[in-house]
Design a protein around this ligand. Structure first.
Ligand code: ADP
Ligand code: MG
Length: 348
């Protein structure tokens, strides 16, 4: 593994063009807030909006989105729905990650002091294999009434995600990596994932390596989360663990996740929810998508704009301007207006 971070593309005259995939549910309104905040802060980023029709019976929209991301290198994404049940129509979210080979998902879970959450002072990094395992999309009915679903674990992908986790730990002053698995039951598949993480760990003697079974991990996360530093895990366990930790910190509306490959990057809210029931009501928490946008700015090298927006977000949260999901009474609009206010103070 040579490259850990992909190189940003589409850089011209100091501006970047980024693919925007609003998706369904609250996606479009959250993207509207991102555009508003970027405009207000004078961010030199242009968006190429790509809609994917959830009812389409073919993969044409998906192919177009993939082409756009290949061209721009970077995307900001909401959750995309796939309603068609026609054979061969792929889950769009999974297909995007698999086609672009975004083999790692990184979710940095840090507590906000101003959020009244179940656990305080959490700082856990979840490094999740993002393209195979239980999400291989290889399901079939072998005989009537019998469904088989293939969980694929490869040497190659296990090694590069493990390498990413240990390299991340080393570069960011982290002390411990915990491999989370179910190798006691899935001896071959999870066994391989665990074994490879142990081999990679040998190259990083300064970092402590241990492992934990997924079910125990969920219990430990809820009861004693401060023992965790970097968590390395397979695709489905990563989804579960991410949601547990987000729940401990304040829910689906706060944190952002990053999907990396060697060439492309997609930024999105950490728990990847559609939020259909709260769409269009001015109640969705805009913070997770704004945090994803800030991560994207850092990735593109727009450090100044990233920190201005990040500070405005942090001040707003720690001031107690909270939407309902955080126990507050603010609307999405109130939160965004407050962020704009702080950007104005910082830039004038
Ligand atoms: P999924 O897309 O996985 O089915 P949902 O869209 O049902 O998940 O979201 C799970 C829960 O999280 C719902 O109660 C939803 O209202 C809530 N949620 C998701 N995103 C946000 C957000 N940005 N602000 C507030 N609540 C959110
Ligand atoms: Mg949903």
């Amino acid at each position: 593994i040579k490259k850990v971070m992909p190189i940003p593309k589409a850089h011209y005259g100091g501006r970047h063009t980024v693919t925007m995939l609003p998706g369904a549910g609250i996606g479009p309104e959250l993207m509207g807030y991102v555009k508003e905040v970027f405009k207000y802060a004078g961010v030199p980023v242009d968006f190429e909006d790509v809609e994917i029709d959830p009812n389409a019976d073919d993969n044409a929209d998906l192919d177009f989105a993939i082409t756009s991301i290949r061209r721009n290198g970077v995307a900001l994404k909401g959750n995309i729905e796939t309603r068609s049940t026609v054979a061969g129509v792929l889950s769009r979210n999974v297909a995007l990650r698999n086609e672009l080979d975004l083999y790692v998902n990184v979710l940095h879970c840090v507590s906000y002091p101003g959020v009244n959450s179940r656990q305080k002072n959490i700082d856990i990094v979840i490094v999740r294999q993002n393209t195979e395992g239980e999400y291989s999309m290889l399901e079939h009915e072998s005989v009537y009434g019998v469904i088989e679903s293939m969980k694929v674990i490869t040497n190659f992908n296990s090694e590069r995600v493990a390498r990413y986790a240990f390299e991340y730990a080393k570069r960011n002053g982290r002390k411990k990596v915990t491999t989370v698995h179910k190798a006691n039951i899935m001896k071959l598949s999870d066994g391989l994932f665990l074994e490879i993480s142990r081999q990679v760990a040998k190259d990083y003697p300064e970092i402590i390596h241990n492992d934990m079974i997924i079910d125990n991990c969920c219990m430990q996360l809820v009861s004693n989360p401060h023992q965790f530093d970097v968590v390395l895990t397979t695709n489905l366990y990563g989804a579960i663990v991410s949601n547990v930790v987000c729940g401990l910190l304040g829910g689906a509306g706060l944190l952002a996740g990053k999907n990396y490959g060697d060439h492309y990057t997609i930024f999105e809210p950490g728990t990847r929810n559609t939020g259909t029931s709260i769409a269009g009501k001015n109640i969705a928490n805009p913070i997770a998508m704004l945090n994803a946008a800030v991560d994207m700015l850092r990735h593109l090298g727009h450090k100044h704009h990233a920190s201005v927006i990040q500070n405005a977000i942090n001040k707003t949260i720690n001031q107690g301007i909270h939407t309902r999901d955080l126990g507050g009474t603010a609307t999405s609009r109130d939160v965004v207006d407050n962020i704009l206010k702080h950007i104005k103070i910082a830039t004038t």
